[in-house]
Design a protein around this ligand. Structure first.
Ligand SMILES: *[C@@H]1O[C@H](CO)[C@@H](O)[C@H](O)[C@H]1NC(C)=O
Ligand SMILES: *[C@@H]1O[C@H](CO)[C@@H](O)[C@H](O)[C@H]1NC(C)=O
Ligand SMILES: *[C@@H]1O[C@H](CO)[C@@H](O)[C@H](O)[C@H]1NC(C)=O
Length: 908
C-alpha cells in the first residue's frame, strides 16, 4: 500500500510544482524548496519500498516504519490538496468577478486572509519535510535492498524482465509438461499443423511458466534442433517497435538497422535474418489481447518464410491471448504443483548450504510452511528464500505464523492468484483494488459507482493523457481485499474501539437516535478519507464531528433519515463524492457550494427536496449531478448551466414560472454540449413554447445516448405547446434510446426522428389524447419498442408501419427491420390491429421479432397475419386481454394453430 500511495503522491508533487509556476500562487517560507526536498526524499525511499513491503510481513519494526511513512504521505497529500483547492478557489473568484464585481475593500481583506493561509500551508509543508527526512534517515537501519529504477513506461505494470538464463537449482516437478513441450518443439513432421507452430504456455502468475520455458529453451536438443533462437521479454504494454528491436538485437548485436523506428524496416530486417532458417522465438509474458497489435507485428507472416518446423513459444497468464493467436489447440496449461514437488523446491532453496538444519527440526517447520503455499511455486520460492536468511527456529516459526496467511481467510479463491499478481500491479491499480475493502463482505460492486468513488479519491488522475473513466475500467478488471486501512463496524461498538490512526476508510452501521456524532475514539484518525454511515435514527450530523473529518474525500450518507445538514459541511474542502440519495432533506445548506473539489453529488430519490442552493455555479469540478426522482424539486439553479466539467446530469426540471431568474431554463442547456449518458427533461409541459425547447440545442449533444422527455401529468387538458415541442424535437444522430411520457397532443408530430439511424430503443406512454400509434417502421436500428397507456387509441393501422403517406408508392422493402422486442400495454380501448392493406408479398414486417407482449388490452379482437408468419418469434405473451386469451387458448382457441409453433407461449 505504501508503494501505491507514494507513487501517486510523487506525481501530485510534480504537478503541484507545475501548477505553482503556472498559477503563481505565492507561498512564503521557501515552500517550493521544501516540496522539492520532500520529493527527493520520497524518491530515495521509493527505491527500497518493494523490499520493505516484503519485510514488513515478518518484521514489526519495518511495519511501524512503513506506518509512519504512510502517515506523513497522507498528510502531505492533504496539504497539497489544500494548495490545489486554493488555486481552484481563486479560479472561482475570478469567474465571479466577471459577473458580480467584488467591492475593492473586501478584496483587500481577502488578500490578507490569503497570505495567512499560505503561510500556514508553507509551515506544514516544512514540518512534513522535516519528519520525512527523519524517516528517510531511519531506513538505513533496516538494510533494505534497492530495487532497480523503472522507466515511466514500465511503471504501468512493472515486472522483472526475464532472460533465457535458467537457474537450475529451482526447477522441481513439471516433468510431464516438460516432456510434452519438448516433443512439440522437436516434432518431426508438421503436416497437421502447417509450416510453423505457436505454443502458448498458460497459467496464473507464479506457476513457473517462464522457468519451464527457459528449461526447454536451453535444452541441448532444442539448441541443436533450431538454427536461430530468440528470447524476448514482452510484458505490458505490447510495443511492436520495441519487440521488433529486441528480436533484432537478439539475432545480431551488430545490426545497424535496429536503431530504426519504422516498424516496416525492422520487420524486413528480421525477415532477412531468419529466412529459410529454422527459428525458435520465445515471447515471454504476453498480456495484450489486442488482435491489431499482434497482427501489426506480422510474426506469423515472417514465420511463413522460415524453414518448416519453426516455432513461436508464448507465455501468458491469459487464455484469451492463446485464443487471439488462434493457438488454443497447442496450448500447455500449467496448474498447481503437487505437494511433493513443492517440498522439493522449498528444500532446494531453504536448505541451500545448510543441509544439516533439515534434520534439526527446521524440516518439519518447512513442511508446514509448504502446506500453506497451496501449490504455488512462486510463493514457495519467495518464502524459502526468506527463511534461508533466518537462522533460528523461532524466526521460521514467525514466518509460519505470520500475517501473510491471515489474508487467506479473506477470500481463499480470489486472494491467492491475486496476491501474486498484486505485487506485479502498477501502484495506482493496487490502490484502487485495496479501496474495495471498504465494502462490507459479499457486497456486489457496481462498476460505474466504484469508478466514481475511485475518482473521488483521486486515484485515477495519475496520467493526464488518458481518460479517467477508461483507466478506472481497466483497474476494475481485478479486485483485491485488505482489512488494514478499512474498517466496517457497528456505530455503538465503535465508541469502545481503539482503531489506531491508520484507519482511512470507515463504514458505520447500526442504530442511534438523534444527531450523529463521530465516535470520539476515532478522533485520532485525522486523515479519514471515506465514510459511509448507514445508521437508523440518525437525523443530522453534529458540526463537531464534521470538523473531525476534514480530510474526507468520499462521504456516503444515502438511505439515512436526514432532515438537515449543518453549514460546517462546507469545511470538507477535499470532498469529491457526496451521496445523499434517498434521504429526507428539504434543502442543502449554501455551504455545499464551497466544496470546490466536489465531482459527484447524488440526490436521487430525495423526495422531500424542494430546492438546491443558488450558488451551485461555484462547484467548478462537478462532473456528475444526480437528481433523479426529486419530485418536489421545482427547478435547478441557474449556475449549473455554467459548469463546464458537468458530464452527467440525469434530470432537468422545467420550471413552471418562466419569469423566475434563479431557475436554469431549458434554453440554458443549449451550451452544455459536454453532457453524456442519459438526460431526462422533466415537467416539459411547463415549457411555454417550442423556441425555449429549440434553444436547448439537443441536436448538439452528441455524447448523449439516452433522452427522456416527460411532459408531466399536471393538468388534464390538451396542450398545443406539447405538439409544437415535439415538432421541434431533433436530437443528435448518435442517440440510442428515446422515451416520451405524457404528451398531451392528438397526433404524432415526430417527423424528424425518422433520421435517427442509431436509435435502438423507444418507449412511449401516457399520451392521453392520441388516437393513432406513431409511424416508426422505418427506424433502421430500432430493436426494442414499448408503447403504454394510449387510452384513446381504437385502431392501429398501417400508419404505425411508417408508410402512411407513401402507401401507393411503397411496394417493397422491410419495415421494422431490426425490431426484436415489442411490448404494447394498458390500451383500454384498443379494438383493431390492421396488418397491411395491399396484398403485397414484397413487404416484410418485423422479420427479426423474437418477443411479443400484449398486456392489458381487453378489447383487442385479433392479431394481424404478419405476426403469425414471423419465424424468429420465440416468445409470445398475452395477458389480461379477454378476447385474445379466448381465441388463442392453448390447444382449443380458434387461432391457436397460427401460433402453436412458437416455443414459449404465455397466455392469460
Ligand atoms: C559483430 O562484430 C564483431 C566485431 O566487429 C565480430 O567479431 C562479430 O562476429 C560480429 N557478430 C555478428 C553476429 O556478425
Ligand atoms: C448512491 O447511493 C445509492 C444508495 O446507496 C446507490 O444505490 C447509488 O448507486 C449511489 N450512487 C452513485 C452515483 O454512486
Ligand atoms: C452507500 O451506503 C448505502 C447504505 O449504507 C450502501 O447500501 C451503499 O452500498 C453505499 N454505497 C457506496 C458506493 O459505498
Amino acid at each position: 500500500m505504501a508503494e501505491a500511495l507514494i507513487s501517486v503522491l510523487l506525481e501530485q508533487l510534480a504537478s503541484v510544482i507545475y501548477e505553482y509556476t503556472k498559477e503563481k500562487v505565492t507561498l512564503v517560507l521557501n515552500a517550493e524548496k521544501d516540496v522539492e526536498s520532500f520529493s527527493s526524499n520520497l524518491k530515495d525511499i521509493q527505491a527500497v519500498l518493494e523490499d520493505a513491503e516484503k519485510k514488513q510481513v515478518t518484521e514489526a519494526r519495518v511495519e511501524r516504519w512503513l506506518e509512519k511513512l504512510k502517515d506523513v504521505s497522507y498528510e502531505m497529500e492533504d496539504v497539497l490538496d489544500e494548495w490545489n483547492t486554493e488555486i481552484l478557489r481563486q479560479q472561482v473568484k475570478e469567474k465571479k468577478k466577471v459577473c458580480f464585481p467584488i467591492p475593492s475593500d473586501c478584496f483587500c481583506f481577502g488578500q490578507v486572509n490569503k497570505v495567512i493561509h499560505h503561510h500556514n500551508i508553507a509551515r506544514r509543508i516544512k514540518e512534513l519535510n522535516d519528519k520525512l527526512t527523519l524517516i528517510a534517515n531511519e531506513k538505513e537501519m533496516y538494510g533494505f535492498h534497492q530495487s532497480t529504477n523503472r522507466g515511466p513506461d514500465e511503471q504501468l505494470i512493472p515486472r522483472q524482465k526475464t532472460t533465457s538464463l535458467v537457474d537450475i537449482s529451482t526447477i522441481c516437478g513439471r516433468e510431464e509438461e516438460k516432456e510434452i513441450l519438448l516433443s512439440m518443439l522437436l516434432r518431426e513432421s508438421s503436416q497437421e499443423e502447417g509450416r510453423f507452430l505457436i505454443i502458448p504456455i498458460v497459467g496464473m502468475g507464479g506457476m513457473g511458466k517462464t522457468t519451464l520455458t527457459q528449461l526447454a529453451y536451453n535444452h541441448e536438443k532444442v539448441t541443436v534442433h533450431f538454427e536461430k533462437k530468440v528470447w524476448v521479454c514482452v510484458s505490458d504494454p505490447f510495443d511492436e517497435i520495441k519487440i521488433a528491436k529486441a528480436i533484432i538485437e537478439s539475432l545480431d548485436k551488430n545490426e545497424t538497422q535496429r536503431s530504426s523506428n519504422e516498424l516496416e524496416t525492422l520487420l524486413l530486417c528480421i525477415k532477412t535474418h531468419v529466412e529459410k532458417k529454422k527459428l525458435l522465438i520465445v515471447l515471454d509474458d504476453v498480456w495484450t489481447q489486442d488482435l491489431k497489435k499482434w497482427e501489426n507485428l506480422k510474426l506469423p507472416v515472417i514465420m511463413q518464410s522460415c524453414a518448416e518446423g519453426s516455432t513461436i513459444l508464448v507465455t501468458t497468464r491469459k487464455q484469451e491471448v492463446a485464443k487471439m493467436m488462434r493457438a488454443t489447440s497447442s496450448m500447455i496449461h500449467l496448474d498447481k504443483l503437487n505437494d511433493e514437488d513443492c517440498l522439493a523446491l522449498f528444500k532446494s532453496i531453504a536448505f541451500l548450504d545448510r543441509k544439516e538444519d533439515e534434520s534439526n527440526g527446521f524440516g518439519t517447520i518447512g513442511a508446514e510452511i509448504v502446506k500453506k503455499c497451496k501449490g504455488l511455486p512462486l510463493i514457495v520460492k519467495t518464502l524459502s528464500s526468506l527463511v534461508w536468511h533466518k537462522k533460528t527456529k523461532e524466526e521460521w516459526h514467525d514466518v509460519l505464523n505470520s500475517k501473510i496467511w491471515e489474508l487467506e481467510e479473506v477470500e481463499e479463491q480470489v486472494f491467492r492468484p491475486l496476491l501474486l499478481s498484486y505485487y506485479d500491479l502498477a501502484p495506482a491499480v493496487k490502490r484502487c483494488l485495496l479501496y474495495c475493502a471498504i465494502f462490507p463482505k459479499d457486497h456486489e460492486f457496481n462498476k460505474n459507482n466504484l469508478i466514481e468513488l475511485w475518482m473521488s479519491q483521486n486515484y485515477l488522475n495519475w496520467k493526464q493523457n488518458q481518460e479517467e473513466r477508461r483507466i478506472g475500467q481497466s483497474h476494475f478488471d481485478s479486485l483485491f481485499l485488505t482489512r488494514k486501512e478499512c474498517l466496517v463496524t457497528e456505530v455503538v461498538e465503535a465508541a469502545n474501539q481503539r482503531p489506531g490512526d491508520m484507519v482511512h476508510h470507515l463504514t458505520l452501521t447500526g442504530v442511534l437516535v438523534g444527531p450523529f456524532s463521530f465516535p470520539t475514539s476515532f478522533y485520532n484518525c485525522k486523515s479519514m478519507r471515506s465514510l459511509t454511515a448507514h445508521i437508523f435514527g440518525m437525523i443530522t450530523i453534529s458540526p463537531d464531528s464534521i470538523l473531525q473529518m476534514k480530510c474526507l474525500r468520499t462521504l456516503n450518507l444515502s438511505y439515512n433519515h436526514l432532515n438537515e445538514l449543518p453549514k460546517e459541511i462546507g469545511e470538507l474542502v477535499h470532498l469529491r463524492y457526496f451521496n445523499l440519495s434517498s434521504t429526507t432533506l428539504k434543502e442543502l445548506p449554501d455551504a455545499v457550494c464551497d466544496l470546490v473539489n466536489l465531482q459527484t453529488l447524488v440526490l436521487d430519490w430525495c423526495v422531500e427536496l424542494e430546492k438546491l442552493p443558488k450558488a451551485m455555479g461555484k462547484l467548478i469540478n462537478l462532473k456528475h449531478l444526480h437528481v433523479d426522482s426529486c419530485f418536489k424539486l421545482k427547478y435547478l439553479p441557474k449556475g449549473i448551466g455554467s459548469l463546464k466539467s458537468l458530464q452527467a446530469l440525469d434530470c432537468f426540471y422545467v420550471c413552471d414560472d418562466a419569469e423566475d431568474d434563479e431557475a436554469l431554463k431549458l434554453g440554458d442547456i443549449g451550451i452544455m454540449d459536454q453532457l453524456q449518458e442519459s438526460l431526462w427533461i422533466e415537467k416539459l409541459g411547463n415549457a411555454k413554447d417550442e423556441s425555449e425547447f429549440e434553444n436547448a440545442q439537443l441536436g448538439n449533444k452528441k455524447h448523449l445516448s439516452h433522452l427522456g422527455l416527460d411532459f408531466g401529468n399536471g393538468n388534464e387538458e390538451q396542450r398545443k405547446s406539447d405538439e409544437e415541442i415535439l415538432k421541434a424535437l431533433q436530437p443528435h444522430q448518435n442517440l440510442e434510446s428515446l422515451s416520451i411520457w405524457s404528451c398531451h397532443c392528438t397526433t404524432w408530430p415526430l417527423y424528424r426522428i425518422k433520421s435517427l439511424h442509431n436509435l435502438r430503443r423507444v418507449r412511449l406512454g401516457y399520451w392521453r389524447f392520441c388516437e393513432v400509434l406513431p409511424p416508426l417502421g422505418k427506424l433502421l436500428s430500432l430493436e426494442s419498442l414499448e408503447i403504454m397507456a394510449m387510452h384513446n387509441v381504437k385502431k392501429v393501422g398501417v400508419e404505425f408501419l411508417g408508410i402512411e403517406e407513401e402507401i401507393e408508392t411503397f411496394s417493397a422493402g422491410i419495415l421494422f427491420p431490426k425490431l426484436k422486442r415489442l411490448l404494447i400495454k394498458d390500451m383500454a380501448n384498443w379494438e383493431e390491429w390492421e396488418g397491411i392493406i395491399k396484398d403485397s408479398s414484397e413487404i416484410t414486417i418485423m422479420p427479426r421479432l423474437s418477443s411479443l407482449e400484449i398486456v392489458e388490452c381487453p378489447e383487442l379482437k385479433g392479431l394481424p397475419d404478419f405476426l403469425h408468419k414471423i419465424t424468429a418469434l420465440r416468445t409470445l405473451t398475452i395477458e389480461d386481454c379477454a378476447i385474445l386469451e379466448r381465441d388463442y387458448e392453448k390447444g382449443v382457441g380458434k387461432e391457436w394453430s397460427k401460433v402453436s409453433h412458437i416455443p414459449n407461449i404465455k397466455i392469460g
